[in-house]
Design a protein around this ligand. Structure first.
Ligand code: G6P
Length: 576
């Protein structure tokens, strides 16, 4: 999705910026632009590839040594030059690049219009430039702090001010932004891959922080006070780049989900396999949960009941005849021994086999008759995140001959981006202290609930219980006592009544209900709410799981666990 780069130093900025933009290409984009700052700010933008931007820059004399750049993946407004970043303020004093989504943009738009500022683009980002100029009293950092405090949603911002031509100002809230420092130079970027090689140390901005970045130095502020941020020496540049400034691969990969989903759901349709009438979905661990979460979707599309089976159990089922049936194997790695053994057994029984894997030339894709590749990119964290969400997206693609699903799929990356902004801190504290937290849900929410419980078990070692909401009353309810947290995943309005009943049952026994929901009535009846954006209930697990991943992550962090290397676990289990 969108990428940000900024540079200030002693070389002309434009070539450094376009090089950085190339490094950000993998995030996906549809237009790009730069702004450089001298006595005034000059912007150059182009729709399409960065080569189109470079074409426009050819022959231009731009000696300025400070600038910002952006790759845009359209959200508010089409990919046009006017919507492309950087955006200039009404008087040309400020230029900004923005990554994220401003939730209160409608109100801010009215505010600007009431002030007589006419807006040029359809973007939420342009507003920020105007607000900065309106608030400006000679100190860009102070006005950025004020404006940032009024923004709701997620943002990483790079800002130029014409009065301070060698400064870059930065602000961050829920979208990644790192500062790189080297001798006589500094830069900002969405991730480490775009950092120039002169960078010798990194500062990872935290939510709510703003910064003034000058060649060789950066000052960071939080709520108006100067803070001393931690500097990470880049003695091992590859590691710093690979982690892109994130403290853990798990967090980095969570943030990669919108773009991983976007890549997966736009995977080339030509010659793509499709779902047949009798489908069995098979996988292990999170891949099994993705299968469970996708069962209602597969049934809607095929019009037949679908089976979901653990790979390690499939081989023991009575010798069913596979002829005329399809077995779909889900595996992020494509190397899980149980899944491969099940695929070999399915072939022996005559099933048509289809591998859904993130590794294009894995053993599983070679064993199966057909393959569909998720495009999550390499997943390093043992606890899978983007592996799961892209599997749900992939099954959506396989089912997308239904128009309603095809339209809903296009919305998934945006919804995932919004879900990343859900604040889980308070609930994480509660969960980290708890003994037997429950995760419950029905239909697609059932798969998401199981995945939420598994994430927590994997990295925090808390004994979480994932269970179908309807099953709670058949035994496990005996474990609920005063304060037991029960996380209720609820995205299907049609099941709202039943969900409310489950919640009432829990509360009657003193349990604390945490609703992960986009349904108002459910939210109102909960003790805590992790609000979800709207999403099609048959694809919702790709979005509802995101706050659950974050919850597990934050709880494990509070407990001081080794998040990327959880005890006893392997990324790919190659023994049966
Ligand atoms: C291991 C991992 C799990 C993963 C499962 C299936 O157990 O620790 O996180 O879900 O394998 O992996 P796969 O690569 O087949 O999706």
């Amino acid at each position: 999705m969108c990428g940000i780069i900024g540079y200030t130093g002693n070389k002309p900025a434009a070539p450094v910026l376009t090089k950085g933009l190339h490094a950000l290409e993998y995030r996906g984009y549809d237009s790009a632009g730069i702004a450089v700052c001298g006595s005034e700010i000059v912007t150059v933008k182009a729709v399409g590839r960065i080569s189109a931007l470079e074409e426009k820059l050819r022959g231009r004399d731009l000696p300025e040594v400070c600038g910002i750049g952006h790759t845009r993946w359209a959200t508010h407004g089409c990919p046009t030059e006017i919507n492309c970043h950087p955006h200039l303020s009404y008087g040309g004093k400020f230029a900004i690049v923005h990554n994220g989504i401003i939730d209160n943009c409608r109100n801010l738009r009215v505010l600007c219009e009431n002030r007589g500022i006419s807006l040029k683009s359809d973007t939420d980002s342009e507003l920020i430039a105007h607000l900065l100029e309106w608030e400006y009293r000679g100190d860009p950092l102070a006005c950025l702090s004020r404006v940032a405090a009024d923004l709701r949603g997620s943002f990483a911002l790079g800002v130029l001010c014409a009065d301070f031509p060698s400064d870059i100002y930065a602000a961050k809230m829920r979208s990644p932004l790192i500062i790189g420092l080297g001798e006589d130079m500094a830069c900002i970027s969405s991730d480490g891959t775009a950092m120039p090689k002169e960078v010798t140390s990194l500062i990872v901005l935290a939510d709510g922080q703003v910064a003034r970045v000058r060649p060789g130095s950066a000052e960071v502020f939080f709520r108006g006070r100067r803070v001393e941020p931690e500097r990470v020496k880049c003695s091992s540049p590859e590691i710093a780049a690979a982690l892109s400034g994130f403290p853990h691969y798990m967090l980095k990969e969570m943030y990669e989900q919108p773009e991983a989903l976007a890549r997966t759901v736009t995977e080339d349709c030509l010659g793509r396999p499709y779902l047949r009438r009798n489908v069995t979905l098979i996988g292990c661990g999170s891949s099994y949960h993705a299968a469970l979460a996708s069962k209602p979707l597969v049934e809607r599309i095929t019009g037949c009941s679908a089976e979901v089976c653990l790979a390690s159990e499939f081989i023991y089922s009575e010798k069913t005849v596979g002829r005329g049936k399809q077995a779909v194997f889900l595996s992020q790695s494509g190397e899980t021994a149980d899944t491969i053994a099940a695929a070999e057994e399915a072939k022996r029984r005559g099933y048509l086999t289809l591998a859904v894997s993130n590794v294009h030339s894995s053993t599983l894709t070679r064993v199966c008759d057909e393959k569909f590749c998720t495009r999550a990119g390499p997943e390093i964290s043992v606890a899978t995140t983007k592996g799961f969400t892209t599997q749900v997206g992939a099954l959506g693609v396989l089912a997308s001959r239904n128009d309603e699903i095809a339209a809903a799929l296009k919305e998934l990356p945006f919804a995932a981006e919004k879900a990343l902004a859900v604040e889980v801190g308070e609930v994480a504290k509660l969960i980290a202290k708890s003994v037997n937290p429950f995760f419950i849900g029905r239909k697609a929410d059932y798969g998401a609930a199981l995945e939420g419980a598994l994430k927590l078990k994997e990295i925090s070692y808390i004994s979480a219980l994932g269970i179908a909401a309807g099953e709670l009353k058949h035994g496990s309810i005996s474990l609920i006592e005063k304060g037991t947290p029960v996380v209720v995943v609820s995205t299907d309005e049609a099941l709202g009544e039943k969900t409310l009943l489950s919640m009432a049952t829990v509360r009657a026994r003193g349990g604390t209900v945490i609703a992960v929901t986009n349904i108002d009535e459910v939210a109102q009846a909960a003790d805590f709410v992790l609000p979800l954006p709207n999403v099609h209930p048959l694809l919702s697990a790709a979005v509802s799981v995101i706050p659950l991943q974050r919850l597990a992550y934050e709880a494990a962090l509070l407990l001081g666990k080794d998040i990327d290397k959880p005890r006893n676990l392997a990324k790919s289990v190659t023994v049966e």
